[in-house]
Design a protein around this ligand. Sequence first.
Ligand code: CDP
Ligand code: MG
Length: 201
Amino acid sequence: MPIEQRERTLVLIKPDGIQRSLIGEIIRRYEQTGLKLVGLKFLIPSEKTVKEHYLSNEGWLKSVGEKSMAAYEKKCLKSPYQDPVKCGEDVLGRLIKYLTSGPMVVMVWQGNEAVGVIRKISGGTEPLTSDVGTIRGDLTIDSYALGDTDERAVRNLIHASGSVGEAEKEIKIWFQDEEILKYRLVQESILYDVNLDGILE
Ligand code: CDP
Ligand code: MG
């Protein structure tokens, strides 16, 4: 298989996505792109797995804090945090509560630029400011301010890997190699084949 068809990304439909009955709608949006579903599970994660998932990306604690503080600044508001790492640590604690609160759908999607395509459709972290047309922008309403006021995680329906490197590490946490299926989808010929010479009779 050519290299561009092999890129993989991890998606979690978080517990709020399940409780809002959005499993079908979310999968539909990803499926319509032409990407291929190669791994699928329904589970309640352990605290250990959630921790491992977020801490697998070096620097995540600091960057999540910096991003959250910058979002306040952009709206001319004051973040309740001064230190990005402290903010990141609190976010991790809240994420553990959030993601272990109920079942989640865990998926691996594969295809050309899978990481970027899935992030684009998922939308930015904060639903309040995610673009219209994205899953987070269209299907929910949470904000950093509301999450921080109530000392809970921002409920934004999904997780999607942020880079190819992140995806590789994250997929290993949730899936064994043999749980990722290798198969052909008929639509791949229209997406990727150089010649379209099998259509006309
Ligand atoms: O999920 P995404 O990659 O867009 O964002 P992140 O910066 O990697 O943060 C991971 C998750 O932490 C988010 O999806 C939110 O659910 C949560 N979060 C939060 O609860 N409060 C914040 N201030 C920032 C993030
Ligand atoms: Mg992230």
